[in-house]
Design a binder for this molecule. Structure first.
Ligand SMILES: O=C(O)CCC(=O)C(=O)O
Length: 130
């Protein structure tokens, strides 16, 4: 574990592996993480919070409300016209063989919302009931 994280109270550790070029969706994460590339290469595009409205976040009631409707490369400007002003959130491109680990810890926003998963479970229950 990286020494700079020794004061952090980690909530999870994820392993990312791919054997062909890949691209993540454009999204934000409610918690913080440090992404460490162990082998291969990643390119991360980061966008400021001020760009969010230009990136058409998925509806808050959807299962993926932290994801964008548009990709960063060649967005469909006829449907998502504000995307021409934006770079946003983040998207990760991985090289052909890449292994990475990321270490996650609670953001202050998530710490102050300990029941944050309630909305997700409520949505899931309502959808199943409908
Ligand atoms: O490494 C990846 O492919 C995705 C990582 C990511 O999206 C993240 O750390 O938030």
């Amino acid at each position: 574990m990286p020494k700079i994280l020794k004061e952090k109270s980690l909530t999870s550790i994820n392993l990312w592996m791919n054997n062909a070029k890949s691209r993540s969706s454009t999204h934000y994460d409610p918690d913080h993480n440090l992404l460490c590339v162990v082998a291969g290469c990643k390119q991360v595009v980061l966008c400021p919070p001020s760009a969010v409205s230009s990136l058409y976040p998925m509806p808050i009631y959807s299962d993926a409300s932290n994801h964008s409707c548009v990709g960063l490369e060649k967005p469909d400007l006829s449907t998502y016209s504000r995307a021409q002003n934006s770079m946003m959130l983040h998207q990760v491109d991985s090289g052909e063989v890449t292994i990475a680990v990321n270490f996650w810890w609670r953001s202050s926003i998530m710490t102050s919302l300990p029941e944050h998963m309630d909305a997700y479970f409520l949505r899931t229950i309502l959808r199943r009931s409908a």
